[in-house]
Structures are given as structure tokens and as C-alpha cells.
Design a protein around this ligand. Structure first.
Ligand SMILES: O=C(O)CCC(=O)C(=O)O
Length: 298
């Protein structure tokens, strides 16, 4: 569907202006969208998982932990696939936030994946400039990620930042010169990013960010010990069909969360870079960006 076709459906949660901003910039931030009880439940469940992570000594299916992690000073980088970790997270993925997705991809919405990213007050917690769609190409670009801040997020603790208009430009190469997947722009490409077009999406706990899967984005490292849990849920229009293996599938991947199943895929002619074959497993953006893992080649 084109933006005009999507906008012709009545809005469920967002204002018409917020929907239009998403289509013109490639992202939108909405302040304090979550009802207080929904936010409090997500915060409580998340606190429990942070506690549980202290008992873990290496990354696994649930926790992605960074170098130096210990019970005294946990370095929890990501809670993987929260949609299967607790009913509360899945209720959230299929509740209000799925309506936000429907406002922006059209009435038929499919869940792709979720993750809960933290910042750990260390220079290495930067998420470098990248685009998401090269991680999971689809036949069209009505694919987006909705982030929800579970703590107040300011310029000090690593807000998500996005480049205005980048969703309408060519996609970047996310392999290095030797053909290794890095999941990010080269230093040279990153230096060329027009900083006058960068918006930092700060917000109080319960605020959301939405970015299209073509939108160039990053998040700076945190300069504050105040934690920054960002709960991310990714969705697509039901007529956007994936054509490479899912990087991190759960039982919920590709579940229809709004509307009807479709019989036809819609194809956007703009090309997309193909990621490594994830069918053998995927670790995380942090590991790929820091070169921690053996990098699969194209
Ligand atoms: O956690 C963040 O700040 C950014 C996450 C992100 O860009 C991603 O996982 O694609």
C-alpha cells in the first residue's frame, strides 16, 4: 500500500499528523503514549529479568551479555525475544502497539520479532548507524519497528536517533570490504551522514519511537548510569513477505496481529541487500558491530 492508501484508513491511536510525519521523515516519536498500568507492568517484569541475568555467565537464548558481566555489575545488553519470555510482553506486542503499527502499515499487520535493548554506561554501548531491512528483507518496505522507553530517556542515556528522509534514499552496504557482514555502515559512510538531518528521539518512560525499516538510525552511548531499557517490536504489512530466513524466529514470528491474511504479496521494485544466511543462527547486532563473532560472508 502507498502512504496515501494507508492514511485513508481511520487512525486507531496516532493522530493524522503523527502518521504523516512518519511517512515524510521515516520515523516519528510519540510522548508518553502508554497507560500507566501497562508501563508499570512492563517495568516490573523487566526488573525481574535484569535480576535473573545476574546469574548468567555467557550469552544464550534469552540474555545477550557483554564483556565484564558479573552479578555485581551486570552488563545486560539485550533480553532476546521478550515476546516469548513473559505474557506481559506478548500482550503488549499484540495490544496498543499493534494498533500503532496498523496506523502506519495498513490494517493487516504481521508480527516479526521483539527485543529489549539496554544501555550499560560504557562507550561500547553505542549502536552504530544502520538500517534494519538488510537484516530481514521483505517484498515491500511497509516494515517498521516501534520502540518503547521503559525509563526516562534523555540526551544523556542513549536515545534512538534517526536521519530524516533516509527511508526514501538508497540503502547502504552493511558488509565490509572483505565481504563480512557488519550490520552497520562503514566508517566512511558514517562520516558522510548529514548531521543536520538527525533527530534524537528522547522521551519520558512510556514514550514510543517508530522507525521504518529503511530509515538510517543509531543510538549514542550512554553518559549516565540511569538505565535505558528500550522495548522494540517489529511488524510488517501482511502483504510484505520475507524472502530470507528470519534472524531470530519465535513461535510468534509472522503471526497476524491485526486484520486479515492476504493472498497476494506486494512487490516494491527498489533493491535490498541480502544478509548472510541466518538459518544457521544469529547472535546480535552488538556482536556483529563489535566484530565479536565469526562473521558470516555473503
Ligand atoms: O537499542 C538501540 O538504541 C537501537 C536498537 C536498534 O537500532 C536495533 O536494534 O536495530
Amino acid at each position: 500500500m502507498t502512504p496515501d492508501q494507508i492514511l485513508s484508513y481511520p487512525a486507531r491511536v496516532l493522530t493524522q499528523q503523527q502518521r504523516e510525519d512518519y511517512f515524510s521523515h521515516g520515523f516519528v516519536g510519540v510522548q508518553e503514549l502508554l497507560p500507566a498500568d501497562v508501563l508499570a507492568e512492563l517495568q516490573a517484569v523487566t526488573r525481574d529479568f535484569v535480576e535473573q541475568s545476574k546469574a548468567v555467565s555467557k550469552s544464550g537464548d534469552r540474555f545477550d551479555i557483554g564483556p565484564g558481566h558479573s552479578p555485581e555489575s551486570p552488563v545486560l545488553r539485550r533480553l532476546k525475544n521478550p515476546d516469548t519470555a513473559s505474557e506481559a510482553y506478548w500482550r503488549f506486542s499484540t495490544g496498543l502497539i499493534a494498533d500503532v503499527a496498523a496506523d502506519l502499515v495498513g490494517p493487516n499487520v504481521v508480527f516479526h520479532h521483539s527485543k529489549l535493548n539496554f544501555k550499560w554506561f560504557d562507550k561500547s554501548d553505542t549502536v552504530k548507524w544502520h538500517q534494519d531491512i538488510q537484516f530481514f528483507p521483505h517484498t515491500n518496505y511497509n516494515v517498521l519497528t516501534i520502540g518503547c522507553y521503559l525509563s526516562d530517556t534523555t540526551m544523556d542515556n542513549g536515545p534512538l536517533a534517526a536521519l530524516r528522509g533516509s527511508h526514501n534514499e538508497d540503502l547502504y552496504n552493511q558488509y565490509d570490504r572483505d565481504g563480512n557482514w557488519t550490520g552497520m555502515l562503514s566508517d566512511e559512510d558514517a562520516e558522510g551522514v548529514d548531521t543536520s538531518r538527525v533527530d534524537y528521539l528522547t522521551g519520558k518512560a512510556g514514550s514510543i519511537t517508530v522507525h521504518n525499516a529503511r530509515t538510517l538510525h543509531y543510538s549514542p552511548s550512554s553518559r549516565s548510569p540511569v538505565p535505558r531499557p528500550l522495548l522494540l517490536n517489529c511488524y510488517s504489512a501482511a502483504d510484505a513477505k520475507p524472502y530470507t530466513p528470519h534472524p531470530s524466529p519465535t513461535v510468534n514470528a509472522y503471526k497476524l496481529v491485526r486484520g486479515e491474511p492476504v493472498q497476494w504479496a506486494e512487490h516494491d521494485p527498489r533493491p535490498c541487500q541480502i544478509p548472510p544466511d541466518w538459518s544457521g543462527g544469529y547472535t546480535s547486532i552488538y556482536a556483529a558491530q563489535s566484530g565479536e563473532d565469526a562473521k558470516p560472508t555473503m
